[in-house]
Unconditional design. Structure first.
Length: 67
């Protein structure tokens, strides 16, 4: 089982003093949790796409390490 979570600010403006593009990703699997902080650039749509790609990359990395 794998759990993935994303939170942050995709824009269009700063939110609760969090800059646009600041995103935290978390992956929980095998009893361990990994958290990453990212600073993406672009508009809301671009930040969201980059965050999703980074989250999928975390899952891929975990699965490759597990082999």
């Amino acid at each position: 089982d794998i759990a993935v979570a994303l939170t942050g600010n995709a824009g269009p403006s700063a939110l609760e003093e969090k800059e646009v593009g600041l995103v935290y990703l978390a992956l929980c699997a095998g009893g361990k949790t990994k958290v990453e902080e990212h600073h993406f650039t672009g508009d809301r749509k671009e930040v969201r796409a980059q965050a999703c790609n980074a989250a999928l990359a975390m899952v891929r990395s975990y699965l490759l390490e597990k082999k």
